[in-house]
Design a protein around this ligand. Structure first.
Ligand SMILES: Cc1cc2nc3c(=O)[nH]c(=O)nc-3n(C[C@H](O)[C@H](O)[C@H](O)COP(=O)(O)OP(=O)(O)OC[C@H]3O[C@@H](n4cnc5c(N)ncnc54)[C@H](O)[C@@H]3O)c2cc1C
Length: 347
């Protein structure tokens, strides 16, 4: 099997998707996980899992351990959002672990059971018996599909935001809030998520100020009342124009959009909760129903409105954590096993 070395570091082994190889080359990172490549043009499975984040990988482990022939297809980096997380401190079993390390552990665990096709995107699906799934590299015929395609945060798209992401800029108070205990942060947004997360930070002992671009919150009244009951400051009609800091966030440049007055505001952190975009293009192509917020509609067993098509993880909405996504992946795989031996749609 050919091996690729750069500066004496083993960065690739065997045939790898181009993106993965380039990533390893750029980072000059020793690759410990090697995903076997496949030339198969047609693959038949009982379950095809779309998305190699925590929900998809966990579903793969549970499905194969139940006796199903399952495969995971991932278009980008395995691990999904976890691959971009600097440190994870709330996944049981690890008091503090790098996102990349956690992904490597999850992937090597999953590889013991499930075949993974990395670097190929699912382009099309057609419901039938079997369901046909077309990726950028091959075709799958499968009895069931799990949509574990995740979601992405909306960004402010202001200077400094991406550079300081993970260095004071955060999209998750549950994940990063404890790091800011006794420090000063701003929470950006005006909906239920932003207000809930501001309250969450406040109860963790963080000095939080809410920044909202309008003069009224979209959040429900009982949440808004808790803000005032706890004397949490709100900057109304205010937008962030720049996030500044050398190594970490130090201050923000803000502007009042009614008066056009700009000023700076010292802060240790900027939490952003202005919404998510769930990855539901494939679901919509199939005719899977989505909620008013755009997430996949599902029942308590992760079944969608289309028999044989299931969902798990952030694409379903909810708490959007690694542990919840993994749990949902496990639940969905167990339902799929039960449904394939006793199809509920025939009863
Ligand atoms: C910066 C950051 C920090 C975070 N920190 C924490 C933390 O500390 N603790 C915590 O619990 N949670 C954290 N989270 C949240 C956590 O990472 C997510 O809740 C979790 O990854 C969701 O898992 P998932 O499998 O549902 O989706 P994702 O992780 O989003 O994975 C979905 C995967 O599906 C793939 N996909 C989508 N469409 C296709 C397609 N058509 N074909 C093939 N593949 C496709 C995507 O490429 C992606 O890899 C963080 C998130 C971010 C962004």
């Amino acid at each position: 099997m050919p091996q690729a070395f750069a500066n004496d570091v083993l960065i690739g082994q065997g045939a790898q998707p181009e993106e993965v190889f380039i990533l390893s080359l750029k980072k000059l990172e020793t690759q410990t996980i090697f995903i076997p490549d496949s030339d198969a043009e047609l693959v038949e499975t009982d379950l095809l899992i779309i998305g190699g984040g925590p929900s998809g990988l966990t579903a793969g482990i549970y499905a194969v351990r139940s006796g199903l022939r399952a495969a995971v297809v991932e278009r980008e980096a395995l691990g999904g959002q976890v691959a971009t997380t600097p440190i994870v401190e709330n996944y049981p079993g690890f008091t503090s672990v790098g996102g990349k390390t956690l992904v490597d552990i999850m992937v090597s665990h999953a590889l013991q059971y499930v075949q993974i096709f990395q670097g190929e995107a699912v382009m099309d699906l057609q419901v039938g018996k079997p369901i046909t799934v077309v990726t950028t590299r091959r075709k799958f015929l499968t009895k069931s599909v799990l949509l574990a395609t995740g979601a992405t945060h909306l960004h402010l798209n202001v200077p400094g935001e991406s550079r300081l992401s993970g260095r004071g800029v955060s999209y998750c108070s549950t994940c990063d809030g404890p790091l800011f205990k006794g420090k000063k942060v701003v929470m950006v947004g005006g909906g239920n998520s932003a207000v809930t997360e501001a309250l969450h930070l406040f109860h963790m002992g963080v000095d939080v100020t809410l920044i909202h671009r309008r003069d009224k919150l979209r959040a429900q009244d009982f949440l808004a009342k808790q803000l005032s009951d706890n004397n949490i400051a709100v900057l109304w009609d205010t937008e962030i124009k720049e996030i500044r800091g050398k190594e970490r966030v130090e201050e923000i440049l803000i502007v009042n959009n009614k008066t056009n007055e700009s000023s700076t505001f010292e802060t240790n952190g900027v939490f952003i909760a202005i919404g998510y975009t769930p990855a539901v293009e494939l679901a919509q192509k199939l005719g899977v129903e989505v909620t008013a917020d755009g997430y996949i509609k599902h029942d308590g067993k992760h079944r969608t409105n289309i028999p044989g098509v299931y969902s798990a993880g952030d694409v379903e909405g909810g708490y959007k954590q690694i542990v919840t996504a993994s749990g949902q992946g496990a639940e969905a795989a167990m339902t799929i096993f039960e449904d394939l031996i006793n199809p509920y749609w025939l009863n």
